[in-house]
Design a protein around this ligand. Structure first.
Ligand code: COA
Length: 258
């Protein structure tokens, strides 16, 4: 598999497993536009590559899977560009979720905001004991905009999703496992993910693709549209400017509620 990417790494092993790594460790693998575009291209490449039977998705370094959307790019958004940014993220994550080849996210360290949302778009999640999940967007004056309000609610239920999305609190691997957010927790999460894929590869590939399609067929599109609209509207609030500026200036936000 050719490797003409700058912010991700993609290679295929002899078992037919594509290893896709988000590679911006100095920024804790935050999802800027370049990463999103390369993820989009990578999943097209994976779909068209007969040698690939499944995907392990992870982040480089030992500190983070992905620490969210890149806040330095978010901070300049307005209603129109904010709605468009949310729709773009949703489309790419939708592509991952609807991949006919199984995708397993391996989470070691922080999976925050867009990082949790990226993990949610995989078909399964395996964490190390150091995995940390959270949807802290409300602390920036925003809401999750890459499908997180929809997928989290569907995966762990409304009450638990509200707990995470409204408080923005972080949860560790054990709680994530209890919530059903993680499928497995293991020190050697990479190997566990590879073993899961190898088990899947023993089954009929057409049936596996059909099962993935059927599992996700119940998704409603109206909820995603509502998420993008609210995300865009929030990009015009003073609270959003304050929340993102405070993060970038390394201080606590002072929200005025407008
Ligand atoms: N967007 C842009 N840059 C980010 C980022 C993000 N989401 N998350 C981390 N970074 C950058 C930091 O700004 C810092 O850059 P610098 O070294 O140039 O100053 C670098 O990554 C390391 O992060 P730092 O905050 O110094 O590490 P930490 O160990 O003190 O804290 C986190 C780790 C994950 C708790 C913290 O980085 C954080 O809260 N990140 C934002 C999480 C978030 O709100 N995500 C949702 C976005 S929608």
């Amino acid at each position: 598999m050719s490797a003409n990417y700058e912010t991700i790494e993609l290679s295929t092993d002899s078992n037919g497993i594509a290893h896709l790594t988000i590679n911006r460790p100095k920024k804790l693998n935050a999802l800027n536009n370049a990463v999103l575009d390369e993820l989009d291209r990578a999943f097209d490449q994976i779909a068209g590559d007969k040698a690939v039977k499944g995907v392990v998705l992870n982040g480089s370094g030992d500190k983070a899977f992905v620490a969210g959307a890149d806040i330095s790019e978010l901070s300049g958004l307005n209603r129109e560009s904010g709605t468009a940014a949310s729709e773009k993220g949703q489309q790419i994550f939708q592509k991952i979720e609807s991949s006919s080849k199984p995708v397993i996210a391996v989470v070691d360290g922080y999976a925050l905001g867009g990082g949790t949302e990226l993990a949610l778009s995989a078909h399964m999640r395996v964490g190390t004991p150091n995995a940390v999940f959270g949807l802290p967007e409300v602390s920036l004056g925003l809401i999750p905009g890459y499908g997180g309000t929809q997928r989290m609610t569907k995966l762990i239920g409304q009450a638990r999703a509200a707990d995470l999305i409204l408080t923005g609190r972080q949860i560790k691997a054990e709680e994530a496992l209890n919530f059903g957010l993680l499928n497995r927790v293991d020190e050697d999460a990479d190997s566990v993910a590879e073993e899961l894929l190898k088990k899947i590869f023993k089954n009929g590939p057409v049936a596996v693709s059909g099962a993935i399609e059927a599992i996700h067929a119940a998704d409603s599109t109206s909820g995603f549209k509502k998420e993008s609209e609210i995300f865009g509207k929030l990009c015009e609030t003073e609270d959003f400017k304050e929340g993102t500026s405070a993060f970038l200036e390394k201080r606590k936000p002072d929200f005025k509620g407008k």
